[in-house]
Write a protein that binds this ligand. Structure first.
Ligand SMILES: [Zn+2]
Length: 437
């Protein structure tokens, strides 16, 4: 009871703060339009008082009565009258319970890619905000910006001349990736509260040691449970100029029976084996990176990003400034619907990094790609909160993965092509930030 009282008070205060900052907007109309048409409408008939928020191929428009009369004449536009007490909220989540949840009293304006835009009055908003967690973010809908980019098709050019990056990418060994993944899954469970998690950490420590990469276990707590992150480091030859690059993923897993059976092949054996794969490539290349590279495997992600939060908490301001890029690999193996598709996730201050990654993807990978600028719910978030450039690479179908947090998350449901292409993108990014910047 006490706990509940405390949380609803927090939710209430947050709501008051949100509602206050939202009170500038009058009641009016909300429209969901195809993006190209929506931008045309603003340009042609807007008075300058309208706002837009882009989600890929659609744009959400807000405006007054005159504007709305015109917009509603346009085909393919869905319109919502906004009551006086209603505001638009953006919910961003990695929690599947939230994908299907029906928020009482709130109207869904748009949803997709782990995000929902909802119109909610005060009571509905209290419920909405009470769902906030390390995996779910609720905020007033940001305006006049792109939250999700349109889809871009990447087709690694067979015609392109080999270059130093493609030569490096040729070293990616998918067979070893899968044997690493098999070893992780064979631990049975990597649930942070049981021995399996530590066994998996030691298994990976052995692999790094076999590669001659020094690594250490760094202890932290999940409540009263003491566990370890694994940090393997290759010192850069010119760290002074090029700083540090982090390649990270969470090694822990969960399921409906987590103490005994949590294979976590996709979530996140795939990303963890991916971290190892990039380390193996670097060793095989014989190249000496200019930046220091840290390969980090976190525990405690599934309980609320404990491992990455502990890592970031241990950084002083000098350490933080040194980090030029964080690549977070989480769920890189599920793709049921053609074509292969992935998502990058970051915050808008880190646009230059995703733009570089987008360029690399177009040249060296094969999938469709989009970027979300609403980062939440995985190990890149604690870094971004400290304004450290970090990008999550993730399968774009994560919100429809039927094996998510289940005992059925096994290797057989992994798509090797998706893993390979996401790893190519991460390896190319590591190359241009750390190996030969
Ligand atoms: Zn995960």
């Amino acid at each position: 009871m006490k706990l509940f009282g405390r949380y609803s008070k927090i939710a209430g205060l947050t709501l008051m703060a949100l509602a206050f900052s939202a009170s500038l907007f009058a009641a009016g109309w909300v429209h969901v339009a195809p993006a190209d048409k929506g931008f045309d409408i603003i340009k042609n008939i807007g008075s300058g008082n309208e706002s837009y928020t882009r989600f890929g191929e659609v744009v959400i428009l807000q405006g007054g009565d005159n504007f709305s009369d015109e917009v509603q004449k346009t085909p393919d536009v869905e319109s919502f009258a906004k009551r006086d007490d209603e505001h638009l909220y953006l919910l961003t989540t990695k929690d599947p319970a939230m994908f299907n949840y029906v928020f009482p009293g709130a109207r869904v304006v748009w949803s997709g890619f782990g995000m929902k835009v909802l119109l909610a009055g005060e009571v509905a908003a209290i419920n909405l905000i009470s769902k906030s967690s390390p995996f779910t973010k609720v905020e007033l809908l940001p305006e006049n910006q792109t939250i999700l980019t349109a889809e871009t098709i990447c087709k690694k050019a067979g015609k392109a001349e080999p270059d130093e990056i493609s030569n490096f990418l040729d070293l990616l060994d998918m067979q070893t990736f899968f044997s690493d993944l098999e070893k992780m899954v064979a631990v049975k469970t990597r649930y942070s509260y049981v021995d399996g998690a530590q066994n998996a950490i030691e298994l990976c420590a052995k692999e790094f040691a076999g590669l001659n990469i020094p690594c250490e276990q760094v202890a932290f707590n999940i409540g009263s449970k003491k566990v370890n992150n694994l940090v393997a480091t290759i010192k850069g030859s010119d760290e002074k100029n090029y700083g540090e690059v982090l390649v990270v993923g969470h090694l822990d897993s969960t399921s409906e029976n987590p103490r005994y059976d949590a294979p976590g092949a996709d979530d996140n054996g795939s990303g963890s084996a991916g971290v190892l794969a990039l380390a193996r490539m670097l060793k095989k290349s014989g190249l000496e990176p200019k930046a220091t590279i840290r390969f980090v495997l976190f525990l405690g992600e599934e309980q609320g990003l404990y491992g990455s939060k502990a890592y970031v908490r241990n950084l002083n301001s000098e350490d933080k400034a040194k980090i030029k890029a964080v690549l977070n690999l989480d769920m890189i193996g599920f793709d049921a619907a053609d074509p292969l598709s992935i998502m990058l996730e970051t915050n808008s201050f880190n646009r230059p990094m995703v733009e570089k990654m987008q360029e690399l993807a177009e040249k060296y990978a094969e999938f469709t790609i989009r970027t979300s600028f609403s980062a939440w719910g995985s190990d890149h978030a604690p870094f971004l909160q400290q304004r450290i450039p970090a990008v999550l690479t993730i399968e774009s179908e994560y919100s429809s993965n039927p094996n998510y947090h289940k005992t059925t998350d096994i290797i057989e449901s992994i798509n090797p092509n998706l893993c390979e292409n996401i790893l190519r993108l991460n390896a190319a990014t590591m190359f241009i930030y750390a190996v030969n910047p």
